[in-house]
Design a protein around this ligand. Structure first.
Ligand code: UD1
Length: 339
């Protein structure tokens, strides 16, 4: 069965590729425009899995280039769509870039999905579409509040586009709402490697610990939380990757599934930014140089997941704890520092 991963050289895409390649019956092809990742990621996938996916360096907004991929790879059975811009703060500053990139790429992909009768589709969604909710934890039935950033809005609209798409195509779709994926492959050979200055918390922490960032800032100290910093639900990237394999099996094998389904993927534990820093300090034995600063535009105060639907329907249970997330992220950073 041929599976296409968009954003394959990215953080979650590469970890998911490793899990997909464990199954000999799955053939993997990947697409990426390398705008926030490096082609060397394919070597890491091969080093860990022993298999190298076929790769197309194209931009999903380039419809002609995408048409060529579908023309060449006619019998794609499933698509896992990761490719997107994903920095909350940046999306507030550059909304048009986010709407254009994240939505045009999705519409193009679905156009070919319909034309080539691709039966299964998994969408990288985000807990950010819940907005600032009044009740925690959130499950898939929690009423959505106003989105706080254009990034979050592109994920909300993305889900709406997908739901509408089921009216004109038979494709079965799962939207997976990730909470905050962090950590690295247990081997330390693959992890998050943003190009330029990182935006996400854990790469900022590990780069601060390595001295690449002299002092990091905790964004916001007056949120209505235990210590005033934001609460997030950190979830190991390998647990997230494993959920994609389960979702793919579910789409392919379960005839009773609804044509469009959403699943939360989180650990269920709310952790403040300061607690995350302390967890890192504990596993690394290092003191982080940080200061308390103003809030980052677009951030919600607190969110964590009720993932019981994924547990019961997909039989997915996250296995790795916060210490494991921090120690694998640190192992990966140290590997990068040495290379
Ligand atoms: C958001 C989404 C998440 C998505 C991710 C993609 C929410 C609730 N979550 O994560 O689903 O996968 O974008 O990028 O919207 N922080 C600092 N200092 C830093 C960096 C971050 O204090 O230098 C804080 C942030 O303010 C936030 C937390 O750390 O409170 C996590 O931030 P980040 O890693 O950027 O992820 P989110 O924006 O929460």
């Amino acid at each position: 069965m041929k599976i296409l991963i968009t954003g394959i050289t990215g953080y979650i895409g590469s970890h998911t590729a490793i899990e997909i390649l464990k199954s000999p019956k799955l053939e993997l092809i990947g697409i990426d425009n390398l705008s926030n990742s490096n082609v060397a990621s394919l070597d890491r996938i091969e080093q860990i899995s022993g298999r190298k996916p076929k790769f197309y360096e194209i931009d999903l907004c380039d419809k002609e280039a995408l048409a060529n991929v579908f023309e060449k790879e006619k019998d794609i059975a499933g698509i896992i769509h990761f490719a997107a811009l994903k920095a909350v703060g940046e999306s507030v500053e550059q909304p048009l870039r986010y709407y254009h990139n994240n939505l045009e790429s999705l519409v193009n992909l679905l156009t070919f999905c319909k034309e080539y009768k691709v039966n299964n589709f998994i969408f990288s969604s985000s807990c950010s579409l819940y907005g600032n909710v009044s009740q925690l934890p959130v499950n898939e039935d929690t009423p959505l509040s106003e989105t706080e950033s254009p990034y979050a809005h592109t994920k909300l609209v993305g889900e709406k586009i997908l739901r509408a798409f089921t009216e004109e195509a038979d494709t079965k779709i799962c939207a997976l709402r990730y909470f905050n994926p962090v950590g690295a492959h247990e081997s330390g050979l693959n992890g998050e490697l943003p190009i330029g200055k990182p935006n996400n918390l854990v790469p900022v922490i590990t780069q601060t610990a390595s001295g690449m960032i002299s002092k990091m800032t905790v964004f916001g100290t007056d949120y209505p939380t235990r210590d005033g910093s934001c609460v997030r639900d950190y979830i190991h990237v390998t647990d997230i990757a494993e959920a994609h394999v389960k979702a793919l099996n579910y789409l392919v094998e379960d005839d009773n599934s609804d044509q469009f389904e959403v699943f939360n993927l989180g650990s269920g534990k709310g952790v403040t930014v300061i607690e995350a820093i302390e967890a890192f300090e504990k596993v690394s034995g290092l003191k982080l140089n940080y200061e308390l600063g103003p809030p980052r535009p677009g951030d919600v105060a607190a969110i964590y997941s009720d993932s019981s639907k994924a547990e019961s329907v997909l039989e997915w249970v996250p296995k790795r704890d916060l210490e494991n997330m921090m120690s694998t992220a640190w192992k990966w950073q140290q590997m990068l520092n040495e290379s």
